[in-house]
Write a protein that binds this ligand. Structure first.
Ligand SMILES: *Cc1c(COP(=O)(O)O)cnc(C)c1O
Length: 347
């Protein structure tokens, strides 16, 4: 087979959820954010494992993801939708019992007209300036929306992965000024916020990346292994070059393995000349440019021709690949391509 193998450890996902859950006080619920197909790992399998571990509340980005999650998990879980109530969403929200986080006066009006009595939450903007009602907008709607009985008041931290960043305390203060006395469950923390400490947890936390083994949850159990098959190995003599643009040239006799994966599989082209693949603990550097379907790897350090090389494994995770590409683990995970054979273990 010339497709990579993506192995996903569902027991590790469950352990990561339990570890984050254990950081919260009794009385704080730990939800799970499973948007973008469970951060690229397969929402049905990931959310199933999380539900078996004890998660009862889930968040997705858009209503269509909520419908897929409802189909996978059945009626017993609560599903919140960050993007709120978009035009044309009434039927999918109603039919799948999804709870939109209303982000604006316009969404609130749309929801009350289309689905009166249907559960909703409210997303507040405490300083990120991305999604949610701003303080003045909320001020005008607060009384009416509270009277309609929201399920949740939430906001999102912009800098929670930097514990010392002044935005954290500033957003916390704005959030409290907007929600104190409302008598409605509150949520501010994603993974970074969970790690900031209990004063950021309120009634519900909603980690995503930490469940999948990514920063800033440094203690996370590794979740993914990506093993890529070698198609052929060749000798390259000093003075010869490799790949598009001849961007890498051999300075000594080199063995180059050509591996079956490329930027069409989410191996970002920015990894050209920068990524390390692994044969056990032996580092094999990617040389030359990443092609659409192929990588060229210097395997001179090995005393044999490998059958496959790992880009991600238990010792070398998504953040290491992200650092090499100049990005974040979130982008490495959600870029993982559709051609890989995905194998889910445990759960
Ligand atoms: C993606 C997201 C989360 C989860 O964030 P992580 O950093 O992955 O833990 C939580 N809340 C909102 C609003 C999000 O967009």
């Amino acid at each position: 087979m010339a497709t990579g193998h993506l192995d996903i450890d569902l027991d590790a996902v469950a352990r990561n959820w339990q570890a984050l859950n254990a950081m919260t006080a009794t009385g704080t619920r730990t939800a799970a954010t499973v948007k973008a197909d469970g951060y690229g790992l397969g929402v049905a399998q990931v959310a199933g494992a999380l539900a078996r571990a004890g998660a009862r509340e889930f968040f997705v980005a858009v209503a269509e993801e909520g419908a897929a999650l409802r189909a996978a998990l059945g009626p017993d879980v609560w599903i919140g939708v960050f993007s709120g109530h978009m035009p044309g969403d009434a039927e999918i929200l109603r039919g799948n019992a999804l709870v939109p986080m209303l982000n604006s006066a316009q969404q609130a009006t749309r929801h009350m007209e289309a689905l009166p009595g249907h559960p909703f939450g409210v997303q507040l903007d405490s300083g990120m300036n991305r999604l949610g009602m701003e303080p003045a907008e909320w001020q005008g709607l607060r009384e009416d929306l509270l009277a309609a009985g929201p399920a949740l008041l939430m906001s999102h931290l912009a800098c929670a992965d930097e514990p010392g960043h002044p935005a954290n305390l500033s957003q916390k203060r704005v959030f409290e000024a907007m929600t104190d006395g409302a008598g409605v469950p509150r949520s501010l923390a994603a993974t970074g916020g969970v790690l900031l400490g209990r004063e950021y947890h309120y009634d519900l936390v909603r980690p995503g990346i930490g469940l999948y083994g990514g920063r800033p949850f440094e203690a996370a159990a590794p979740v993914v292994r990506l093993s890529l098959p070698v198609i052929q190995v060749r000798k390259v003599a000093p003075g010869e070059a490799v790949g598009y643009g001849w961007s890498w040239g051999a300075e000594r006799p080199t063995r180059i393995a050509t591996v079956a994966a490329g930027y069409a599989d989410g191996i970002l082209r920015a990894l050209s000349g920068r990524a390390i693949l692994w044969a056990g603990e032996t580092a094999c550097p990617l040389v030359g440019r990443v092609s659409m379907d192929l990588l060229t790897i210097d395997v001179s350090a090995l005393d044999h021709d490998p059958e496959a090389l790992d880009l991600l494994n238990a010792a070398h995770g998504v953040d290491e690949a992200a650092d090499a590409a100049g990005t974040i683990g979130y982008e490495i995970l959600t870029s993982l391509g559709g051609r890989y054979a995905r194998r889910h273990h445990g759960g």
